[in-house]
Design a protein around this ligand. Structure first.
Ligand code: PMP
Length: 359
């Protein structure tokens, strides 16, 4: 046997001026146990961001771009409609920079999201789930107009795709420098991730195929039906192809303006629908077989990556985006079959020695 080795660390060799400086530079991690033979499968784990999701990037840039352009003044209240992760990211940024934050959110999204935002100092205004994404968005617009607040507009702002171009995409270019990268798989919520990635990858890695995924029962892009838009590119109405799906953070009930750029500019090569149940199943497998905790959207991207991997020739390299952490879903169907109490096998283990038994 070789001499014993112990893993050691050396610190990051820098001190951080604030939590905001820890956003980005998330790791691309190899998937070992689930990947088919001969295919190298990686996931970009955005849970490593301080607010534990990819939306920390956009939250930081929306605020800093608005500070620089003067559209956000010191102490002004920020308001946004969000399914949760953008709100958590904004709450983190606003807490650090001293802006009050009000978030509007449909009451269908997981309660841990609301409590996290409130923990980070934000106010959360719930909207009826029947009014869908457009309802929570229009509530944010109403509040901004009435109170003179800064509306973050994640679905329309240029600050969204810009930050993925400047950070997420650059990290992928850096991490895969000198290596193959045949596929990148992502879904869309605002479309900021795919728009930013495609700006850079199309130029610098033209051989990389960009795979866009969307829920099978909300295939808005796949329907080919154009989104009706109002002022500033905001949706004028709910898209007819939308039905409610369990992939939180993906595909609102409209095609966002931010995503439209990628659709108009050929920013993806293939569009693959994925069932919510498959997203849940693969998120569970990533946790149990790889030790990688991700949400349903990460599971759904990974489901598509596995589908590609299973048909790909030996040597293929695939990267799937994992937008957030599985911990954000404790009260959702992702954890539905994960019990709080001991099951029969655990009880049998408890009874297999004499001490410290329950009851
Ligand atoms: N997954 C989750 C969990 C998200 O919160 C989001 C953002 N809404 C996405 C995926 C999609 O990212 P993007 O908005 O950049 O398309």
């Amino acid at each position: 046997m070789d001499a014993m080795t112990i893993r050691s660390t050396r610190g990051r060799r820098r001190l951080y001026d604030s939590i905001l400086d820890t956003v980005g530079d998330t790791p691309a991690i190899r998937v070992n146990n689930l990947a088919p033979e001969g295919v190298r499968l990686y996931v970009k784990a955005e849970a490593f961001n301080p607010g534990a999701s990819i939306k920390d990037r956009l939250a930081l840039n929306i605020i800093e771009a608005a500070e620089q352009s003067g559209t956000l003044s010191p102490g002004q209240t920020v308001v946004e409609a969000t399914s949760g992760n953008t709100g958590i990211g904004l709450a983190m940024v606003c807490a650090q920079k001293g802006y009050p934050l009000v978030v509007t959110m449909a009451d269908s999204f997981s309660v841990e999201r609301r409590r996290l935002m409130r923990m980070l100092g934000a106010k959360v205004v719930l909207t009826p789930r029947a009014e869908k994404g457009t309802g929570m968005y229009l509530k944010a617009v109403e509040l901004a107009e009435k109170h003179g607040w800064f509306l973050a507009r994640q679905f329309e702002t240029a600050a969204n795709a810009d930050i993925h171009e400047a950070t997420t995409a650059r990290e992928i270019i850096g991490d895969f420098a000198g290596d193959r990268l045949d596929y990148v798989v992502t879904g869309y919520g605002t479309g900021g991730t795919v728009a930013g990635l495609s700006r850079v990858l199309r130029k610098e890695r033209p051989e990389t195929r960009i795979i866009l995924a969307e829920p099978a029962n909300a295939a808005l892009v796949g329907s080919g039906i154009v989104q009706a838009r109002g002022a500033g590119g905001a949706p004028a109405e709910s898209h007819p192809a939308f039905t409610p799906h369990p992939i939180q953070g993906w595909t609102p009930d409209f095609i966002p303006l931010v995503l439209q750029e990628a659709l108009d500019n050929g920013g993806y090569d293939d569009l693959i629908p994925v069932a919510g149940g498959d997203g849940i199943a693969w998120a569970r497998k990533l946790a149990a077989r790889e030790g990688i905790l991700t949400g349903v959207s990460g599971g759904a991207s990974f489901a598509v990556a596995m589908q590609i991997a299973e048909q790909a020739p030996s040597g293929t390299v695939i990267l799937a985006m994992l937008p957030d952490t599985g911990e954000r879903y404790l009260t959702t169907p992702l954890f539905e079959n994960i019990p709080e109490d001991m099951d029969d096998a655990e009880l049998a283990l408890s009874l297999s020695t004499p001490g410290y038994r329950m009851g």
